[in-house]
Design a binder for this molecule. Structure first.
Ligand SMILES: [Zn+2]
Length: 82
């Protein structure tokens, strides 16, 4: 299966548009655990979680929530980073 150039362009536009959408705090907090786990796993951040990352960059409240969650997850994993 191969995509035509036009189909690729349409896909890229779709991805671009999605990434431009901003989350509100509620939507961000709904996915922040997923984001923290993805960070801890050391994998690259899935495109779907980029908006969470963007929101955390601009919203201190959600970032506090994320950092608390991150620390909890990290200690559950027995992280040696003390
Ligand atoms: Zn927020």
């Amino acid at each position: 299966m191969s995509l035509s150039k036009l189909e690729i362009e349409q896909l890229l536009k779709l991805i671009g548009r999605t990434a431009d959408q901003e989350l509100n705090c509620e939507q961000c907090l709904a996915r922040v655990a997923e984001f923290a786990e993805s960070q801890l796993s050391g994998k690259s951040i899935p495109a779907g979680l980029r908006t969470v990352e963007q929101h955390l960059a601009v919203c201190g409240e959600c970032r506090e929530e994320y950092e608390a969650l991150w620390q909890t997850l990290n200690s559950l994993r027995g992280g040696s980073d003390v």
